[in-house]
Write a protein that binds this ligand. Structure first.
Ligand SMILES: [Zn+2]
Length: 434
């Protein structure tokens, strides 16, 4: 029979197909002499052990192979041995090459899809994936970010801590929850933690109190987008108060909902929206005033340097109306509470923000669509070890002991910074990581 499997150490002798599964019976070469491992005397054939296991699919159908494994017995000491089949995986009822093929695909594809394709149980696919993840954990090393982002995303049923490299736009790590219990061991075990120079995060108290000390050279900068978002929230508060007082015809005049209108920046308003904003100015001057206050707050971030930014904030605060718009007052108070860390924005080597973390939205959508089928651990691995996205943020750096001035063809070390967020987002768009 033609050797259709080309599986070394296995010779097919019969092929059948039933219920969408290809079943191939085969033989394995039998050694001429098997010596007893205990007394070194030749052993005698002593029956068989039947083995059935899965192999890589053929004709888009699962394949199962069946073989009789010969057993041997020692006449003097009674020991029995079974010949080992090198093509079999030790842990699964599958060939080594099938396990290898699944490892290559299990972080990109669904477990269910791979189970259908190979005839293995979903749980077996999952266990192969868990073994792979353990191997990756032990071997993959991402360079500690010099500019680190810490954020929270709602992923797979919980708010997860996302640690990013802001200089390379890549994910450095993902923690099950952004709580002290999860963050503390992360910072304690972080290699090269003295390399971190900047940490960008929201107004998250525990960072400075509990984790700052682990990063002796890091300065904190509060993420711009978390700061300005509070101005948008304050405006939205005002909008809710006023919108209810509008009559039907007034509503039409300012477009059905002023929500999106008040949240947009003036530069992105199109002609008809400008007209609607003008109508807001006429009909609800207080809301227009709140809009201008929000805009003035946003423009603090246009300041070219720290001194003028502080001045812009001070001017903005003095412009707030007395006894109204409490939310903007509250915002001013929050800025004072985090004053140095907010204005550190102008001390950083460039304008550091966590904005691109928004790029993770695609990933989040896919992960949440996958629903309960995947544990947090699997979703984390799918994001953190996505091969295609990892290639982007990979480079060569001179090894530490290379004297300066040596040519770049000298001793170089491959470094990885983690999966590139824009690529990850694209992959999740076409379900590449689902
Ligand atoms: Zn023996």
């Amino acid at each position: 029979m033609l050797d259709i499997l080309r599986l070394e150490g296995f010779r097919p002798v019969d092929i059948q197909s039933s219920l969408g599964v290809i079943l191939i019976d085969g033989e394995v070469p039998t050694p001429e002499i098997v010596c007893c491992p205990q007394c070194a005397k030749p052993m005698y054939r002593h029956g068989y052990r039947s083995i059935e296991c899965a192999d890589t699919p053929l004709e888009m159908q699962p394949v199962r192979i069946r073989v009789e494994k010969p057993r041997y017995r020692c006449q003097s000491c009674g020991k029995t041995v079974t010949v080992e089949l090198p093509f079999l995986d030790e842990k699964r009822r599958a060939t080594r090459r099938l396990v290898e093929a699944i490892r290559k695909r299990c972080l990109k594809r669904t477990f269910r899809g791979l189970a259908e394709e190979t005839g293995l149980a979903v749980n077996t696919i999952k266990n192969i994936a868990l073994d792979l993840i353990a191997d990756l954990e032990a071997t993959v090393h991402y360079e500690t970010p010099v500019i680190m982002g810490i954020d929270e995303v709602n992923l797979a049923g919980g708010y997860r801590g996302i640690i990013t490299n802001l200089a390379t736009n890549s994910i450095f790590d993902m923690l099950e929850y952004r709580t002290q219990a999860h963050m503390k061991p992360f910072f304690e075990k972080l290699p090269d933690r003295e390399k971190v120079e900047w940490v960008c995060t929201d107004m998250w108290r525990p960072f400075k109190e509990s984790f700052g000390p682990f990063l002796p050279n890091a300065r904190l900068v509060i993420d711009k987008f978390h700061v300005v978002r509070m101005a948008s929230d304050a405006l939205d508060d005002e909008r809710k108060k006023h919108q209810a007082t509008l009559s039907q015809s007034e509503r039409v005049k300012v477009k059905k909902s002023v929500r999106w209108l008040t949240l947009k920046r003036p530069a992105s308003l199109i002609g008809s929206e400008r007209k609607a904003l003008d109508a807001v100015r006429e009909l609800i001057p207080n809301l227009a005033e709140a809009y201008d206050i929000k805009e003035a707050f946003y423009s603090i971030y246009d300041a070219p340097d720290k001194t003028s930014a502080k001045q812009a904030f001070s001017d903005w605060e003095s412009s707030l109306p007395d006894g109204r718009m409490e939310k903007f007052r509250k915002l001013a108070k929050t800025v004072h509470n985090h004053y140095e860390d907010i204005f550190a924005y102008w001390d950083a080597p460039y304008r550091i923000t966590n904005a691109y973390t928004e790029g993770l939205n695609g990933l989040i959508k896919v992960a949440n669509r996958m629903g309960r089928g995947y544990s947090y651990e699997i979703i984390r691995a799918k994001a953190l070890y996505a091969e295609h996205a990892r290639k982007v943020a990979t480079g060569l750096v001179p090894v530490a002991d290379t004297p300066e001035g040596t040519s770049t063809t000298g001793r170089l070390r491959k470094v990885e910074y983690g999966p590139y967020i824009p690529t990850l987002a694209e992959m999740s768009e076409d379900d590449g990581i689902a």
